[in-house]
Ligand binder design. Structure first.
Ligand SMILES: [Zn+2]
Length: 283
């Protein structure tokens, strides 16, 4: 059985797909940030689905407001983080996950412990106390629970823990007062994907996809997607599930470039090898 991957860091620095501006208060950027950061804390990968959202998730000013008031309402300075990471980070200069590939720096073991893979990783772990016994216990609890749920009879509860939130924000209806510098990101939002019937069933990350060659990466990614996701497409949801042996046949052979063929025959860009892999959320 494949391992639980909810604590695998994305294989690249986070690349923002939205660029709203002009709101009078930073809280108004929340839905943009939720979508951009895939409903998880960018630092520790804790998910909305695992908590009461408003209490558990904050908006962090990467550069503190008092240090540079001009960045207080700048979308590119805002991160979606959990309350724990936000309180620990404070005004510390943590390596920016939008500049640094956390996937190359950090690895969560199956027992919930964290390993720093390089000096930047050691800095992140130290500054955010990600090796704190309570943080390790929390990750272990999540991983153990998911393992039990996955192998148990109640598949529904397991899926509840790794699925997307139900209230995906429809960003196309939001009017950022001063516009949106990345309007193309709207079509790539999770809500838009759901409308098109392309929302993955679960939020998954395939670590290190960018560090192996394109064909192998594409194959590994599709294997993981098919295992967890079943067939995407018009049916969607639970109706799209197939036994693993059947699902495997739904996936086309690996293409030579960085696009893969979905089960419905359309191609889909997975990552940019040039950039060492793009942060992916199972889509
Ligand atoms: Zn966190």
């Amino acid at each position: 059985m494949s391992r639980i991957t909810v604590f695998d860091y994305p294989p690249g620095a986070h690349q923002r797909r939205h660029g709203p501006s002009g709101y009078a208060d930073y809280a108004s950027y929340r839905d943009w940030l939720r979508d951009d950061f895939c409903f998880r804390c960018v630092f520790c990968l804790r998910r909305e689905q695992w908590d009461r959202r408003l209490a558990a998730f904050h908006i962090d000013h990467f550069i503190p407001q008092h240090a540079d008031p001009s960045k207080g309402l700048e979308y590119g300075n805002l991160l979606y983080v959990c309350a724990s990471c936000n309180s620990v980070k404070g005004e510390l200069a943590v390596p920016n996950p939008c500049d640094v590939n956390y996937g190359e720096c950090l690895q969560i073991r199956d027992d919930g412990s964290i390993e720093a893979l390089n000096p930047i990783g050691r800095s992140v772990v130290g500054l955010l106390a990600l090796d704190d016994p309570d943080a390790t216990r929390y990750r272990k609890l999540i991983l153990d629970t998911l393992r039990v749920l996955r192998t148990g009879d109640d598949q529904r509860v397991y899926e509840e823990w790794i699925r997307f939130p139900s209230d995906l924000p429809d960003l196309s209806r939001k009017q950022a007062p001063a516009g949106n510098s990345r309007p193309q990101g709207i079509a790539d939002s999770w809500f838009a994907r759901r409308v098109r019937g392309e929302l993955p069933r679960f939020i998954l990350i395939n670590k290190r996809i960018g560090t192996i060659n394109a064909d192998r990466a594409g194959l590994a990614f599709r294997n993981q997607v098919e295992m967890h996701e079943g067939r995407r497409g018009s049916s969607g949801g639970m109706a799209g599930r197939h036994p693993r042996s059947v699902r495997r046949r739904l996936i086309a052979p690996a293409p030579a470039n960085d696009r893969t063929i979905r089960s419905d025959g359309r191609s889909e860009q997975l990552f940019h090898p040039r950039h060492g892999g793009r942060a992916l959320c199972a889509g």
